[in-house]
Structures are given as structure tokens and as C-alpha cells.
Design a protein around this ligand. Structure first.
Ligand SMILES: C[S@@+](CC[C@H](N)C(=O)[O-])C[C@H]1O[C@@H](n2cnc3c(N)ncnc32)[C@H](O)[C@@H]1O
Length: 242
């Protein structure tokens, strides 16, 4: 049964007027508040948009290390690998990101780099870097070892990319990310012995994506312009079906 609105109001005209006026004021205040709320949300959203420049939500001011940690989704306690770690600059960044309960597996094929990495690991504050000697056909990483793998300016150095891809696939845990940062072919840079011909020192982004997606990987994220260095890009992969 419907209740007529009038029956809910006080009997005397003055009291009715009071209730109607109070209701009007309440509705106005509520509307004002919600408008203020919307404005606040809008301001916050605008601020956020100013700070964020791409789909990964990485601040424009982020350092490359922060970008690497963000695209790999590195969290404290994870075990991650830096394949072709060189002098260990990025392994150190990852070491801080995974923290004392995590581990960084730093691989290299170059003897001098392996030595430098060993020294770095011995002196590392968190004591969480393990050095692994790889080969041209094997990362040396244990099967199912890693929650994330970084390849920074390394893929185009592979003389035998196919077995390296297979080794990377084996090392990744289900759903784990592999970030490949690389550079478009540079015609005037030194020629690398034994690597596939790709028009210079480096690899075209599309060629990298074709090689990886043709061999068990899918693209998760793609940054055609990786900041700070000309012609750099970053593609984040995971195993197909994970
Ligand atoms: C240009 S350096 C990049 C070093 C480091 N990732 C960085 O960004 O500073 C390329 C490195 O890849 C290493 N490398 C080449 N082939 C490799 C392989 N199959 N496995 C591991 N490292 C490899 C080289 O020894 C070299 O140190």
C-alpha cells in the first residue's frame, strides 16, 4: 500500500514549512558535497595522469633501474636473473629490489665479466647475488628458477639465439616476465662476430618480436621508445599459455 507523502508531514502549516525547508537545505548540502567530491576525484585523476606516462604506470622521472624493476614486476623475496649481466650494474639494482630474502642470478659468458661479477657478489651488502657461467647455447640457469629475467642489450649478442630462447623458457616460472631491452641496428658500431646478420649492431624490434613469438613467447608489454638512450626499446614477454 502506498503512503501519501502529505501524511508523513506535520499537521500544522508552520511545522510543515520547517520540514520542507530543512529537507531542501539537506538536499542542497548533499548535492554540494557530492560535487566537491567529484571535483576532488577529478583533480586527483588529473594529477595522476600528469605523473604517469605509459601503460605500465611508470613515472616520467623514473630511472632506468626503476623502470626495469617495474616492468619485471619485481617484489621483495623474488628470485630474478640478469642474463649477460656485464659489470653487474643492473644486477645490483635487482639485488636491492628483491631484498635480503630474494636472490639475483647474474650470468655471463665473458671471463672478465664473470670475475667482476664474483667480486661484486662477494662485496654485495645484501649477499644475495649468485654468479653463473653461461655458454653460447645455455643460460646456465636452473629449470623453473626465476620470477623474472632481464636481458639488457644482450639478445643481439647471442650467436645461437634458438637454444638460448629454449634455455630462457625453461628457466622462467609460470607467468614470469622476461624483459628484453635492446637497440635498433647501429650501422657504424663494431660488428659482432658470429651473430645473425641484422643490418648492424643491434636487432630491429619487429625481428626480436617475431623470433620470440615464433618460439613459445608472447608479448605482455612493449615500449617502442625506452627512455634515456636513442633507438632503445623494451619488450616484455612471458611464455605462451602461462
Ligand atoms: C652490451 S653488454 C650488456 C651488459 C649488461 N647487460 C648491461 O646492460 O650493461 C652484452 C653482454 O652480453 C654478454 N653475452 C653475450 N652472449 C651471452 C650469452 N649467451 N649468455 C650470457 N651473456 C652473454 C656479453 O659477454 C656482454 O657482457
Amino acid at each position: 500500500m502506498k503512503t501519501p507523502l502529505g501524511s508523513l508531514l506535520p499537521k500544522t502549516p508552520f511545522n510543515r514549512l520547517l520540514v520542507i525547508a530543512a529537507t531542501f537545505v539537506a538536499i542542497s548540502v548533499a548535492a554540494g558535497c557530492s560535487e566537491t567530491g567529484a571535483a576532488t576525484a577529478e583533480t586527483a585523476e588529473t594529477d595522476e595522469m600528469t605523473a604517469i606516462v605509459d601503460s605500465a604506470g611508470i613515472a616520467e622521472t623514473a630511472t632506468e633501474g626503476e623502470r626495469i624493476v617495474a616492468v619485471l614486476g619485481v617484489q621483495p623475496g623474488m628470485r630474478v636473473a640478469d642474463v649477460g649481466a656485464g659489470d653487474g650494474e643492473w644486477a645490483e639494482v635487482l639485488s636491492t629490489a628483491v631484498g635480503p630474502l630474494g636472490e639475483v642470478l647474474a650470468t655471463e659468458v665473458d671471463e672478465d665479466d664473470v670475475e667482476d661479477l664474483r667480486e661484486l657478489a662477494e662485496n654485495s651488502f645484501l649477499d644475495n647475488i649468485r654468479v653463473i657461467e653461461g655458454s653460447a647455447t645455455d643460460t646456465g640457469l636452473p629449470e623453473d628458477c626465476c620470477d623474472g629475467i632481464l636481458l639488457r642489450l644482450v639478445y643481439h649478442h647471442f650467436t645461437d639465439p634458438q637454444p638460448m630462447r629454449a634455455s630462457l623458457r625453461r628457466a622462467l616460472r609460470p607467468g614470469a616476465r622476461l624483459a628484453v631491452i635492446d637497440i635498433e641496428p647501429q650501422e657504424d658500431w663494431r660488428r659482432l662476430e658470429g651473430v645473425p646478420e641484422r643490418g648492424g649492431h643491434g636487432i630491429p624490434l619487429d625481428e626480436l618480436v617475431a623470433e620470440m613469438t615464433g618460439d613459445g613467447f608472447e608479448v605482455v608489454e612493449r615500449f617502442d621508445d625506452w627512455p634515456d638512450e636513442d633507438d632503445h626499446f623494451c619488450v616484455v614477454f612471458k611464455r605462451i599459455g602461462d
